[in-house]
Ligand binder design. Sequence first.
Ligand code: AMP
Length: 434
Amino acid sequence: MSIPVNPPSGFRDFLPEACARREFAVRVISEVYRSFGFEPISTSAVEDLAVLTGKGGGENEKLIFKILKRGEKLDAARAENGELSDLGLRFDLTLPLSRFYAKHQSQLPHPFKAFHIGPVWRAERAQKGRYREFYQCDADIIGSESPLCEVEVISAILTAFERMGFADATVHLNDRALVYAALAQAGVPEDKRGQACIALDKLDKMPRESVEAELLGLLGAEPVAALQKTLMAEASGAAADLSAYEAAGPQSYQRLAWIAKELAASGWTHVRVNPSLMRGLDYYTGPVFEFRHAKLSGSLGGGGRYDRLSEKFGGPAVPACGASIGFERLLLLLEESGAGAASTGPEFCVLVFDESLREKSLELARHLRAVGKTADLYPGTGKLKAQFKYADAKRAAHALIIGPDEAAAGMVKAKNLKTGEERLVKAEELVAGK
Ligand code: AMP
């Protein structure tokens, strides 16, 4: 049987053009995060299962790619019918950040503004825009309760979107504490609010009637009627009654309104308070937010406040707020808009006339690179026709050839690959940029 050439389902290869676009997005996001004072961190791809499970990862915990124990430990676990794995691949960058902070906080500034860009893995059913290996680009502030954190994190992400041509991305704001307050006011007991939130979270993915039926079964008619004005309003296309929402949790509401006001003052016009925004993860404790774009059905990213998460790693109960860019969805938008595509190849492609002259070609490429020019060198010898084809495929601006006559005269033949024009130049002049 032949070995498959396709990567496993949900995993992808990237051709040079796709890599260029991904690099462009990573570069823009990193530059913007840095410009806001976030510092880069990096953590291991593999984490102890104890880090990944039972710490508020929510539904994602079911999607962990587990790694088998190895050697004697695996034999022993098999013999005892015990747990066969002890490690797993990270499924987001938030739990690793919390572990990282618990371990390294004494060496970090306080509060700490971190950004982290890297792959995460989830054993999901793969579909367009939903993969098993995908990038996340997180920005987080640990150690501050101030709503300035939300404004900073959201502004940084909106700026990154704007730089890539998506100034029309919207941010939806809500507050987990406010959702709980609205549920309490509607008469939902605390032990049912988790389930209620899970059901409400389905409002933007499933028909409203089926979610309503689920909520009626769970909560009864009266609470559901009360929630229609607030948490459920969006799904019926009506504007939520924000004064009823404010009355449920005035403090949380005012904080949220302040965040929205400051974002607007910073020039962001697509900002709205949306009481139906849940964000699935259990670890959010205050404001939550989600970025959306008209051309995408899912979100373009999201985040929120997750105070106390690092406490679970033996660290102090520090407040934290962060967000993640849905990198792969952003890439779908970039693909469509054409931004970030590699438009040009190297300035020069140095061809190799024959083996006796290959050192000349190598020397020329070396000199060009030394003065900061981009110079590809055909990595071989052979028919010049094939070498020109290579130079074209690499989108080089000029092909350079040193044949025996040119070598004897200290010259180089330069061919403009767009116009076909050829000229003889002195090697030194070419290097000097003439
Ligand atoms: P989450 O950690 O689930 O809140 O996801 C954060 C962001 O990552 C979301 O806004 C999505 O855009 C993106 N995302 C989540 N799951 C996937 C996936 N399977 N493939 C690609 N992107 C994803």
